[in-house]
Design a protein around this ligand. Structure first.
Ligand code: GRF
Length: 221
């Protein structure tokens, strides 16, 4: 497939951008047959903006603090996405609660990665909550974005064991390695048209995905 024919992605970030980097690398290697048309950060200080610039990708900051409502902010996002003819939206540590203004036009075309074994621990501080609960495992989940916060149908889930001396930071580091494996893979399925949102659940190659997502193994293609 030529570059021009490849689906156009937007990656939305708020911070470090390590998942953005994984998507950049996967596009560069051909593992993810897509082009990143645009990176948007709501945070002018996001380190991920520099990653985009280093890769020669258009990167813009749309600061949510300059808008009077969540809807007005989302309208600005949608108009930027449309201006760049974006096909698919990848939320990668984008720390904003979204409204239907953004979600509806990209329903079935927008993924998020959440650092927990959903449906456990939607919201913040997921690793500390897993430690406090005495869980034996933690992980990350790629899911479709719907109006339910961290509640859209899961696609792909990776687990790591919780070790006796783990802190929230050590656990986050180990989970991040898995995030960087599962996000490009799930994005590839979406780009290839193999991953589809069908109302309350997702399908891969026409087969319903379990409610906690496909368990990740490195053999998955
Ligand atoms: C990741 O842990 C992701 O699961 C969550 O936010 C974090 C983003 O990290 N949604 P990074 O900015 O991609 O490094």
């Amino acid at each position: 497939m030529t570059k021009a024919a490849q689906p156009r992605l937007a990656v939305l970030i708020s911070g470090r951008g390590s998942n953005l980097q994984a998507i950049i690398d996967a596009c560069a290697s051909g593992e993810l047959p897509a082009q990143i048309a645009l990176v948007i950060s709501n945070n002018p200080d996001a380190a991920g903006l520099q990653r985009a610039e280093r890769a020669g990708i258009v990167a813009v900051c749309i600061d949510h603090r300059e808008f009077g409502s969540r809807e007005a902010f989302d309208e600005a996002l949608v108009s930027e996405l449309r201006a760049h003819a974006v096909d698919l939206v990848i939320l990668a540590g984008f720390m904003r609660i979204l409204t239907s203004v953004l979600i509806e036009p990209y329903l079935g075309r927008m993924l998020n990665i959440h650092p927990s074994l959903l449906p456990r621990y939607p919201g913040l501080n997921t690793h500390q909550r897993a430690l406090d609960a005495g869980d034996s495992e933690a992980g990350a989940t790629v899911h479709f974005v719907t109006e339910q916060l961290d509640g859209g149908p899961p696609v792909l889930q990776a687990s790591v064991p919780i070790l006796p001396r783990d802190t929230a930071d050590s656990l986050a580091d180990r989970v991040a390695v898995q995030e960087h494996a599962i996000y490009p893979l799930a994005a590839r399925w979406l780009v290839q048209g193999r991953l589809v949102l069908e109302g309350q659940y997702a399908t891969l190659d026409g087969t319903a995905i379990p409610s906690t997502g496909i368990p990740y193994t490195p053999a998955l293609e």
